[in-house]
Design a binder for this molecule. Structure first.
Ligand code: TYD
Ligand code: MG
Length: 453
């Protein structure tokens, strides 16, 4: 019989190596390679019956109706799921420890139960009595959710198979252990085995399974990326610790758009939905101040206005500070470089700090113009024109590029009472409802218009 082959797997990227090494060749991470127990090797199998025979796509029409989605009634959660929960789907919810995952999913399970689904919440971290106490604090003590405290994968699968709920929450994947695998709970091998079993169970029995996963310091779900590949939907629950806002972001979704976000506010009695986030993220809008620019963005399918803040101060350091929170720091460096070389506005010898109000994180290139405007306004110590929003992508030449969904951005700005929008020229639009449009062709022209340089 062939000798079982031990594999070495990188916990960061999931790459498999023949022998241990300090550094993963595939992703370059250090100290992430661990030994995995060999996969059990059964006797050589003969070819099976033609079970997986392909069928013509056109042959699949109409005999099976599309899966009906179940709404929880928590519209922010339903939105991120792509319009509701698909039966038999596997969902991974990742986030930092303490960010509020257990609270979110207990509330989610209660909401699904309220809308008629059979929901089970299994925790490997808290005893049932503790979950009950949490539920009481959240005002959910009469919710028809069944609770369980369980860490053995075999017991969980037995329970789920006997109960056949519509939706099962497993909090968290790192606490599970399978007696089929010789490794500690939380290790790559265990996490992967548990995820695989649960995902397979979800598909076979039509039970929607929601797995909670803690995220490591580096921002990855502990255990290999492979878990992310196994599930249908990956959601991240994020937010700054000091802020009350929490954002549930779809980073992968087989049943809906990725990049969709749901916004929640943390309160003493749990998470409250924020159906109109623009108003909240801009709530402290008062007199215009230098270094502040309002960006008209799109998050998923929803327009959202956020305030981008910049502070520029003389530096005492040889290489000045560039501190960026909520934006891609590479993007900010690029915009600084474009301002320096195309518009001759130096930032050498100046510390730059950038932040997005409310703990939001922006990744759209359309934020470029607002970032540049905040930087210029901070540097010149001059406030931008009051009641204006900005959007537009900046190319390396300093030209402004049109962006998608401009109409929706403008509509949102108008709805929130802004009177002016600064946007790329070539974005063929008309100002409506009292919103004045200020088209800009390139960054140099923009600087000239704003500061008369
Ligand atoms: P918890 O849901 O336990 O976080 P996680 O499961 O991600 O580790 O929440 C962490 C703490 O925050 C917990 O003590 C409860 C508290 N909390 C609130 O008081 N209100 C809220 O709205 C949320 C989300 C959490
Ligand atoms: Mg928890």
């Amino acid at each position: 019989m062939a000798k079982p082959v031990t594999a070495f797997t990188c916990t960061a990227c999931g790459a498999v190596h023949k022998k241990w090494a300090g550094r993963c060749d595939a992703c370059g991470a250090w100290n992430t390679i661990v030994e995995e127990a060999p996969l059990s090797q059964g006797p050589g199998r003969a070819l099976g019956a033609a079970k997986g025979r392909p069928v013509a796509l056109s042959g699949l029409t109409s005999s099976e109706p599309p899966p009906s989605r179940s709404q929880s009634g928590l519209s922010e959660l339903d939105r991120v799921l792509g319009g509701g929960l698909v039966p038999g789907s596997a969902i991974l919810v990742g986030g930092d420890p303490g960010i509020g995952k257990s609270t979110l999913l207990l509330q989610g399970a209660a909401a699904f139960a309220r809308s008629g689904l059979d929901a089970i919440y299994l925790s490997g971290e808290e005893a049932s009595a503790q979950i009950r106490m949490r539920a009481e604090r959240l005002g959910l003590s009469d919710a028809k959710v069944r609770l369980g405290a369980e860490t053995s994968l075999r017991d969980i699968l037995t329970t789920l198979d006997a109960e056949r709920p519509d939706v099962a929450v497993i909090d968290s994947i790192q606490t599970l252990w399978s007696d089929q695998v010789e490794a500690a709970p939380g290790s790559v091998t265990q996490v992967r085995a548990a995820a695989h079993e649960l995902v397979t169970f979800a598909k076979r029995r039509g039970v929607a399974v929601i797995l909670v996963g803690h995220v490591t310091k580096e921002g990855q779900i502990a255990g290999p990326r492979v878990v992310e590949h196994m599930v249908d939907t990956v959601l991240y629950f994020e937010g700054e610790r000091g802020h009350q806002f929490r954002i549930l972001r779809a980073v992968k979704n087989r049943f809906g758009p990725a990049d969709e976000i749901g916004v929640f506010e943390m309160t003493g009695a749990g998470l409250a939905e924020v159906p109109n986030p623009s108003a909240l993220f801009l709530s402290e809008r008062g007199q215009p101040v230098p270094g502040s620019a309002v960006f008209a963005g799109i998050e998923g399918t929803r327009p959202m206005l956020t305030e981008i803040q910049a502070l520029v101060a003389p530096s005492t350091l040889a290489s000045p500070r560039r501190t960026v929170v909520g934006l891609d720091s590479g993007r900010v460096s690029t915009i600084l470089a474009v301002l320096e070389s195309r518009c001759a506005i130096p930032f050498a010898g100046l510390d730059v700090f950038m932040n997005v109000a409310g703990g939001m994180r922006l990744s759209e290139p359309a934020a470029d113009l607002a970032i540049a405007a905040a930087l210029l306004s901070a540097r010149e110590d001059t406030a931008l024109p009051a009641e204006s929003v900005l959007f537009g992508e900046i190319s390396l030449s300093g030209a402004l590029r049109p962006v998608a969904q401009a109409e929706n951005r403008l509509k949102e700005a108008q709805k929130l009472g802004f009177s002016q929008a600064i946007l790329p020229d070539g974005q063929k639009l008309e100002g409506k409802g009292g919103l004045r449009l200020v088209p800009v062709t390139d960054l140099t022209g923009f600087v000239g218009d704003l500061f008369g340089a």
